[in-house]
Design a protein around this ligand. Structure first.
Ligand code: PLP
Length: 393
């Protein structure tokens, strides 16, 4: 303990990990635990992508690559960005990283000095605050709720800005809420961003998981915003490739170059064969991407309707990603628990269902559940949760 640096001592332990560890222990003791904590697609990576990786390995694509990614992958990302967002980038404006998480890490390391503030809308993805703190920055939380569909508004943004504000994070579709910003909402935020000369960190990792008539718009496509945005994206969620660890950042060449420099002294480069796989992911036919999206949408409709019937739980219908973010305060109180955290623990121990408590996302009254699991199992989990509640009320 005395050997540890302040930097790691101040890290908040992940509530997700605590629940996962407990779920594992219960499973090991023979309990039939249903985990709804997963942050990843339940599909295997499409065959065409696996084939490309095998071929690359056999062809000798097993050496160091440039730190910021191979030319082939940078070009595939440039084409993808042109195709999906009609934005044109050059190779020196692209950095491939070991997952979107690492792209974000490198970005905060590259742009933050001690005390620099980054606006983080709550609920947030668990790693944003920790990554900002690891770069000596200060996360500035802005709480959002159902009234704005958990979205940041120009008023809330304006209110949070100080002379130390450097950036604001937008994550659309959002983990954990699944909400998506419309073009109009983004334009209203962009007006504030431009007026205050801020940078937008646009985490677009769930871009391909959009349901109903919702539409994805990147804030970088709005007037004058290309220069003010760093887009973060990757193949993890879109192509069921979480384990391959390929993500990327596109944006201002100076920032990208600093991030690449950092990577050259830490990771050297993302895995060579995984990069080859990602080239195929982006350049090949995208039917598999849509097939997976469709499967998630079918599950969402069924699971959402079921969740709505559970007493004491309320939830806005998500428009994207693969999570449901529900207020469980009433259910927790009525089943005899003071906090949703304690309720989640009891649900795990007694009903053997692992939910992620909202405290990890900055909101204590909520839970996140992932439906990227076999439909039958998700529905069984919800039956158990309902039983747990009704037995106690
Ligand atoms: N951003 C958000 C909002 C996420 O939910 C995740 C993964 O859970 C990531 C980034 C990281 O993705 P990757 O697996 O590519 O590092």
């Amino acid at each position: 303990e005395h050997l540890l640096a302040k930097r790691v001592k101040q890290l908040t332990p992940s509530t997700t990990l605590a629940i996962t560890a407990k779920a594992k222990a219960l499973k090991a003791s023979g309990k039939d635990v249903i985990g709804l904590g997963a942050g990843e697609p339940d599909f295997n990576t499409p065959e065409r992508i696996i084939d490309a990786a095998c071929q690359a390995a056999r062809d000798g694509d097993t050496k160091y690559t440039p730190s910021g990614g191979t030319v082939a992958l940078k070009d595939a990302i440039i084409e993808k960005t042109k195709r999906d967002s009609q934005l044109t980038f050059e190779r020196n404006e692209v950095m491939v990283a070991s997952g979107a998480k690492h792209a974000l890490y490198a970005l905060f390391q590259a742009i933050l000095d001690e005390g620099d503030e980054v606006i983080v809308p709550t609920p947030y993805w668990v790693s944003y605050p920790e990554q900002i703190k690891l770069a000596d920055g200060e996360p500035v939380y802005v709480d959002t709720n159902e009234d704005t569909s958990f979205k940041l508004t120009p008023e809330l943004l304006e209110h949070a800005i100080t002379d130390r504000t450097k950036a604001v994070i937008l994550n659309s579709p959002s983990n954990p809420t699944g909400m998506i910003y419309t073009k109009e909402e983004l334009q209203a935020l962009a007006d504030v961003v431009l007026r205050h000369n801020l940078l937008v960190v646009s985490d677009e990792i769930y871009e391909k998981l959009i349901y109903g008539d919702a539409e994805f718009v990147s804030i970088a496509t709005l007037p004058n915003m290309r220069e003010r945005t760093v887009i973060i994206n990757g193949v993890s969620k879109s192509h069921a490739m979480t384990g391959w660890r390929i993500g990327y950042a596109v944006g201002d060449a100076t920032i990208i170059s600093a991030m690449t420099n950092l990577a050259s002294h830490s990771t050297s480069n993302p895995t060579s064969v995984a990069q080859a796989a990602a080239v195929e992911a982006y350049n090949g036919p995208q039917d598999d991407v849509d097939m997976m999206r469709q499967s998630f949408e079918e599950r969402l409709d069924i699971v959402y309707n079921r969740l709505e019937q559970i007493p004491g739980i309320t939830c806005l219908k998500p428009q994207g990603a693969f999570y449901l973010y529900a207020n469980a305060k009433v259910a927790a109180t009525e089943s005899g628990y003071d906090t949703v955290d304690a309720w989640c623990e009891a649900v795990l121990e007694e009903a053997n269902v692992a939910l992620v408590p909202g405290s990890g996302f900055g909101q204590e009254d909520y839970v996140r559940l992932s439906y990227a699991t076999e439909l039958k199992r998700v529905l069984e989990a919800l039956d158990r949760v309902e039983d747990f509640i009704t037995k106690r009320t």
